[in-house]
Design a binder for this molecule. Structure first.
Ligand code: HMG
Ligand code: MG
Length: 296
């Protein structure tokens, strides 16, 4: 049976903008985030504490994190000890770490093998947990890798198992290049949901092949009620060739509301948030709900 309520984790300010060609001014990012909060977003990825040489779009993370209103759960992405330390100095309390199931992708993304990343992160995460912080583990290339092709679901589950053994609060399982289909979404999320009963499970879909909402419907049927989505459907990982944006928050929320599943998000206010960032990004925003909004 389907849930009555779904939690949306808005990743637009982070995943949405990390791959953007234009330099989006910090004030615009702050206005975008504030309007997303106004729309009722309770959990959000604000920015990343990563190397500014690797991801220049996230170089204002310090200013973003210190200036936004502290509402709900606000994540920052941290790839290593340096990232966690910088995030902490700036008051972050919810951390998103990220590792790829596939070695080739992890190498391209964080310059380490999956094993090296896990060994480096373990003591860092255990300390964060000990200090009472919230940690989400993002599992990239959970279905397909841009370099290695199909990923064995058992490898994804094994990586999840290792994160769960560290005590992380949440697993965000990602279709990084938007290649999964609803059957694969159902099967993997069904297996994960049954295996890890004390950990929050979240699905993160990119919409490269326009199967994002179908994959969400399949994951809902597998018992998932948390989804990472991006306002305006912006996004993509700069180190995952061929990937496009995340499934769009407004189109997911619309589908859910029409199915009588509540999200606590106000559509008009959400579309205003999309409208704030739209003039500053290099690609046209062509999501279903935003097109309707613009044509009114
Ligand atoms: P490296 O070059 O191997 O690292 O990069 P290093 O330790 O040799 O450091 C190189 C330089 O970066 C040094 O500065 C460090 O101080 C600095 P320099 O001496 O050259 O001036 N540095 C840092 N600066 C700020 N914050 C830090 C940090 N760490 C080192 N945390 C590194 C390794 C991990 C840093 C690099 O590969 C990196 O930043 N990668 C980030 C990649 C990224 O952000 N990818 C996108 C997010 S993941 C994603 O989108 C997927 C997801 O959405 C789920 C899905 O869809 O799959 C989550
Ligand atoms: Mg992503």
């Amino acid at each position: 049976s389907l849930p009555n309520k779904v939690t949306i984790i808005e990743v637009g300010p982070r995943d949405g903008l990390q791959n953007e060609k234009n330099e989006v001014p910090t004030e615009i990012k702050l206005a975008f985030i504030e309007q997303l909060q106004q729309a009722g977003i309770e959990e959000m990825e604000l920015s990343s504490f990563v190397s500014p040489k690797w991801v220049p779009q996230m170089k204002d993370s310090k200013e973003i994190v210190t200036k936004v209103k502290k509402v709900g759960r606000q994540f920052v992405l941290t790839p290593n000890k340096k990232g966690v330390e910088l995030a902490m100095e700036n008051g972050a309390t919810s951390f998103a770490i990220f590792v790829g199931v596939s070695d080739s992708f992890n190498q391209k993304n964080i310059n380490k093998t999956t094993r090296e990343s896990m060994d480096e992160l373990k003591p860092i995460v255990e300390k964060l947990m000990e200090d009472g912080h919230f940690v989400r583990a993002c599992i990239s290339t959970a279905f397909y890798c841009p370099f290695e092709g199909a990923v064995d679901p058992q490898k994804t589950i094994d990586l999840c198992k290792e994160f769960v053994s560290w005590g992380v609060n949440e697993l965000s399982v990602a279709d990084t290049i938007g290649m999964a289909n609803p059957k694969e979404s159902y099967n993997l999320f069904h297996a994960i949901k049954n295996e890890f009963t004390n950990t929050l499970i979240t699905a993160h879909f990119h919409d490269t092949r326009k199967m994002g909402n179908a994959n969400i419907f399949a994951a809902l049927q597998a018992g998932i009620s948390r989804f990472d989505t991006s306002a305006g459907g912006l996004g993509g990982c700069p180190f995952a060739p061929g990937a496009t944006g995340n499934v769009a928050t407004e189109d997911v929320v619309n589908m859910l509301h029409k199915m009588d599943i509540s999200t606590n998000i106000n559509m008009d206010e959400l579309l205003k948030a999309v409208n704030i960032v739209a003039p500053y990004v290099s690609r046209p925003i062509e999501t279903g709900m935003y097109r309707l909004y613009k044509s009114k």
